[in-house]
Design a protein around this ligand. Structure first.
Ligand code: HEC
Length: 450
């Protein structure tokens, strides 16, 4: 969870999109669509328009580039708009039209690998080049290279979400349309764009009536059930995907999660739903209704009891951007959580301290001091995020040793809960705790159920 990138990326993402610094927010695109009266001639359900002069855009599903071309130049009975709309407005309306129609498309074009490489890429070929890496060398490699390129290449950084989507599309082809395998081999790089890409393919063009049964079978099978870690990635990715599929219909997405086989599946899935809901606005296909400006704990304080755990485990991802990453104010919000859920909110706080500091053990420990009496919950959330992010305990151990002595045993217990998910048999789970200092190894074993 590269939360640290939020402030930078949220600002630069307006430049992002597929190829050549395109993109824009859907809200502004929808405004342009209305003010330029596109709807007078076109039917587009996302804009609630039913014009009949031009083609039905829901059916035509034009690509981003096609809309830019058509709106700029006009033709075939449609006026050109390049004199009346700014370049930015044309981009916005194009991303709005492309994004709001592609989600109901059965005919998404599949990824086609070729031999384009990252070296000497211009922006337009980055998506293809990263897709090629995913197709030939696997999505983990592609995502790791994406994460490192984001640090040095501004074009890649601002377009990372679309690139990650494309990595997902390519992985879907690599794994022969086997979504579970593709989901299990991904990571959250750049706001989980990878999972979005995979799910876009898995649910593309599927009617709502079939979604629940596909969801139930998606994360099953040998490869996925090898470890809880993989299974978690898959089911959690499914939660993200349901929100993307339903254009942020939160009750619907939770309802589909609720139909999964086990309680563990159900709660992991709801985690993905809430995390997707809490992504910053520019990262959403359509804005979510399930946030409140006044009540930053919403909707956690309103959802059903069974959905609260994962909502509160994610809620600081909503609070922090809203308070401009002022961790002190975020802590004040957590203290206002409903009775019984304050500790969970502070676990989320620790998770975000880890993301925000780009997994710096020292900084996490510092942020957690702001949690006061809830410091141990924060430390626990931080140690779990570190272990999960690193897929190993090295930095988490470092953080536990920096944390106050009173929180340490809980901290190592947290490491154990993640390490335990990396292996299925007891002996192997126990072995994972070997790097933990002897004095705390028992805590790790306890966490790992070993
Ligand atoms: C006066 C009516 C009119 C208005 C206003 C209008 N269009 Fe069109 N549009 C048309 C017609 C007619 C066509 C068919 C052009 C052709 O067949 O070549 C078309 C074609 C298109 C296409 C190509 C669809 C395809 O089949 O791939 C897109 C995309 C499009 N319009 C988007 C827009 C957008 C966005 C706006 C607002 C900025 C807009 N249009 C405003 C009449 C209009």
């Amino acid at each position: 969870m590269r939360k640290a990138a939020f402030p930078v990326l949220a600002a630069t993402f307006l430049l992002a999109g597929c190829g050549g610094g395109k993109g824009g927010t859907n809200a502004s695109g929808a405004k342009v669509f209305a003010s330029a009266r596109c709807g007078g001639c076109h039917t587009l359900s996302a804009a609630k328009s039913n014009g009949q002069t031009g083609p039905n855009l829901d059916a035509a599903k034009p690509s981003y580039d096609a809309v830019v071309r058509q709106v700029s130049n006009g033709g075939g009975g449609m006026p050109g708009f390049s004199g009346r709309l700014s370049t930015g407005q044309i981009r916005d309306v194009a991303s709005f039209v492309a994004a709001s129609t592609k989600n109901n498309s059965a005919a998404l074009t599949a990824f086609h690998p070729n031999h384009e490489q990252l070296s000497d890429c211009d922006y337009a070929c980055y998506k293809q080049a990263f897709g090629n890496i995913a197709y030939y060398d696997g999505p983990e490699t592609a995502l790791a290279r994406l994460a490192s390129a984001m640090r040095t290449n501004q074009q890649v950084n601002s377009g990372c979400h679309q690139i990650a989507h494309e990595i997902g599309h390519a992985a879907y082809v690599r794994y022969h349309d086997h979504a579970a395998q593709a989901l299990a081999n991904g990571s959250m790089t750049c706001w989980s764009g990878y999972y979005h890409g995979v799910i876009e393919r898995a649910f593309g063009g599927i009617p709502r009536s079939k979604v629940a049964s596909i969801a139930r079978s998606l994360c099953t099978g040998k490869e996925i059930n090898k470890t809880y870690f993989l299974l978690y990635q898959c089911v959690h990715g499914l939660g993200h995907g349901l929100m993307i599929y339903s254009l942020n219909d939160l009750p619907y997405s939770l309802h589909v999660c609720d139909q999964l086989a086990t309680a563990w599946d159900r709660s992991s899935c709801t985690g993905g739903v809430f995390m997707q809901n809490f992504l910053p606005g520019p990262m959403q296909l359509t804005p979510t209704k399930w946030l409140s400006k006044k009540d930053l704990l919403y909707p956690c304080d309103k959802v059903k009891d069974r959905d609260k755990l994962y909502c509160y485990l994610m809620v600081t991802s909503r609070i922090l951007p809203a308070v401009h990453y002022d961790f002190r104010r975020a802590a004040a919000w957590c203290r206002k959580a409903e009775k019984g859920w304050v500790p969970t909110c502070f676990q989320s706080f620790g998770r975000d301290a880890s993301g925000f500091s780009v997994q710096s053990p020292r900084k996490i420990a510092q942020f957690c001091r702001l949690a006061g009496s809830m410091e141990r919950e924060c430390i626990y959330g931080g140690s779990r995020d570190l272990t999960s992010n690193d897929a190993g305990p090295a930095r988490a151990i470092k953080m536990c040793l920096l944390a106050p002595a009173a929180t340490r045993s809980y901290c190592f217990y947290g490491i154990g809960t993640i390490l335990g998910s990396f292996a299925n048999d007891t002996g192997a789970r126990r072995a994972k705790c070997a790097p933990v200092p002897a004095a705390y190894r028992r805590d790790c074993y306890r966490g790992a159920r070993a």
